[in-house]
Design a protein around this ligand. Structure first.
Ligand SMILES: *Cc1c(COP(=O)(O)O)cnc(C)c1O
Length: 404
């Protein structure tokens, strides 16, 4: 029996076949069971902010596990309070911010959905969300996710959510005083790393404010420094009513949070929401250590600078398949001129490079925030070789389709 047989028999079929089995990681590298090394530019989908097996991450888990892991939300623990204070500071909520802890992105967005309902009640039952944006796979967050093909097998959805295009005009046309909240994904990662139009967040802030609706920003993929600011909304200098975070906050440990600002911080009251595991001492200690290391090593700036360096290097690759780069910091979408993204992902793995294809014409690059010249140079070498492999296959398949 191979591991593929085991996976095919034992694991839920909602995921496609696993592409590799990894047994070990260090920094931006992964190893499979045969000892083959891979450069990891997916980082567990923007999760492993510090790379694999970072000593700060390892030490935080070991130390906190040996001290106190979990006591439930009947009680406070020092790492939970410390992380709440850190998230408030980094998000810039000021004193009147509050933090709700869950264990995933979906749970953070579920909390945000309930926040919107508490704000709107039955009078303001409309919730606006953006076409193509991704907010999660649970029934509540799926209802917020503007991808009809994902919702279709699970209809009917939780009612009240309406989808609009990501333009200021569409928001102006849709909003009225019965809207409780607008949900926004600032860079649509799953849709192919599509940034919002310049100025959208600032306009959305003004419009939602005018109509008494909450502006809720899903920073699950964009947060923790990934875009070159702690949170993507900070590029536009606005103050949202709430943001949700997960992925990169825990550096590989599952944790998510809803961070509220101002009046939105007063909406939950005792009994309205909760989680057994959420905010436990172990998870919050790890996330606190990860954020502390991002801050200490200035990895937010590294994300901005290495992102620009990486985009420039990719745009310098001589390949007719590449159709430019999108995104900010170390959240990069490489556009492709042919629907070969899946083939490119497979070729890259042959060459020892892990990348991801959110759709047929986009490669998503979300490496650890710790990358430097060595990783970028190696990436360009492996990515170029992978592009050649796919170009050669394309020429063989349909010689007329690919210009020389
Ligand atoms: C990954 C992601 C989610 C869902 O997070 P999970 O931890 O998988 O539940 C929600 N929103 C965005 C923008 C994401 O990237």
């Amino acid at each position: 029996m191979t591991w593929q047989d085991d996976a095919g028999r034992d694991l839920v079929k909602s995921f496609g076949a696993r592409m590799q089995m990894f047994v070990r990681g260090e920094g931006s590298y992964l190893w499979d069971a045969d000892g083959k090394r891979y450069l990891d530019f997916l980082a567990g989908i923007a999760v492993d902010s510090l790379g694999h097996a970072h000593p700060v991450f390892v030490d935080a888990i070991a130390t906190q596990a040996a001290t106190l892991a979990h006591v439930s939300n009947y009680f406070a623990t020092p790492p939970q309070l410390a992380l709440a204070a850190t998230l408030k500071r980094l998000a810039g909520t000021g004193d009147d911010g509050r933090v709700y802890f869950g264990n995933s992105g979906a749970e953070a967005n579920e909390a945000a959905f309930k926040l919107a309902r508490l704000h709107g009640g039955t009078e303001r039952a409309r919730i606006l969300a953006l076409n193509d944006a991704f907010h999660g796979r649970t029934m509540g967050t799926l209802a917020l996710t503007g991808k009809p093909y994902m919702q279709e097998p699970f209809l009917p959805m939780t009612p009240g959510v309406e989808f609009i295009d990501s333009t200021v005009e569409a928001l102006e046309a849709a909003i009225d005083d019965r809207v409780a909240a607008l949900f926004v994904e600032p860079v649509k990662g799953e849709a192919g790393v599509l940034p919002l139009p310049e100025g959208y967040l600032a306009a959305a802030r003004e419009i939602t404010e005018r109509h008494g609706a909450l502006l809720i920003i899903d920073e699950i993929q964009t947060g923790a420094g990934r875009t070159g600011e702690w949170f993507a909304f900070q590029h536009e200098g606005i103050t949202p009513d709430a943001i949700t975070v997960a992925k990169g906050i825990g550096g590989g440990f599952p944790i998510g949070a809803l961070i509220t600002f101002g009046r939105a911080s007063e909406l939950f009251y005792p009994g309205t929401h909760g989680s057994t595991f959420g905010g436990n001492a172990l998870g919050t200690a790890v996330a606190g250590a990860v954020l502390g290391e991002i801050e200490r090593a200035d990895l937010v700036r590294n994300a901005a600078e290495r992102g620009a360096q990486l985009r420039a290097a990719i745009e310098g690759i001589d390949s007719e398949l590449i159709d430019g780069c999108r995104g900010t910091g170390l959240l990069i979408g490489v556009g492709l001129r042919h629907p070969v993204a899946k083939a490119l992902v497979a070729a890259a793995q042959e060459h020892g490079l892990v990348i991801n294809a959110p759709n047929d014409e986009t490669i998503r690059l979300v490496p650890a925030l710790t990358i430097g010249d060595v990783e970028i140079d190696e990436f360009i070498e492996l990515f170029t070789a992978s592009l050649r492999t796919v170009e050669d296959a394309l020429v063989l398949e349909s010689p007329t389709e690919v210009p020389a």
